[in-house]
Design a protein around this ligand. Sequence first.
Ligand code: MG
Length: 289
Amino acid sequence: MRLATYFAAGQRHVGIVSADGQTVTPLALPRAQAELGVLTLIEALSQGQSLPEAAGAAVPLSSVQLDAPIPHPRRNVFCVGRNYHAHARELQASVFKDNDANPEAWPIVFTKVPECVVGPFDEVRVPTEVSTEIDYEAELCVVIGKGGRNISRAEALSHVFGYTVVNDVTARDVQMRHQQWDLGKSFDTFCPMGPWIVTADELDGTRTRVRCWVNEELRQDGPTENMIFDIPTLIETCSRGITLFPGDLIATGTPAGVGMGMKPPRYLKAGDVVRVEIDGLGRIENRFV
Ligand code: MG
């Protein structure tokens, strides 16, 4: 099932997208719940409730404006750094030069503030007053369904509600300057998300493919099998001593091919269009302004 949040007639709605991606059927939700997007469904389902009834006939997807499936995450988005072997190598000399000799011992985890989430086709603002090194990171994002603390690797996938696409947009100079990454990852609009959530029964996130184009030039292309720390390990890591809640988000890291890894680096500028696509899920596309 594909669950989307979208605007129609000036209001937020939540609906089920058809298998062919052509239409969306709105669900009957009070307005305050619809404002939470798909999060409200994930929370209801986790409490044993069923999906709401359809609120009307399916409408063409082209007639609505897709929003981030979870437009207001309850808290920061968990993100994993350097999680594909080839990407770790391409940035070895820069972001990670001070890392210890055994970089595969533990995942790098940081967060993005929830307010930087924007829709799958929204504009991303280049903060030229703060940064001259804006970069893209195409990523598969895990959406937690069943919460829990100290979730084991063996149980981890049963806690996954589904998956969505994010671009973990990054200001490299700010990321480097402050040692901790959160500032350089959290500028307004720096987390485009969507186009919807595909439930885990329809997509095996451990075996799919992440690609990214900048102005139609293919830059990133990596299978999720190439993660250094797989999805069960990431869920185990993020839930160690921290209770995960339904709707929590874990961005799983980016494949090789980011702008910083090129020689010379190729950063984004106003007017660039970045498209991220994941097999079995869909695509997001954002113009940088
Ligand atoms: Mg990232």
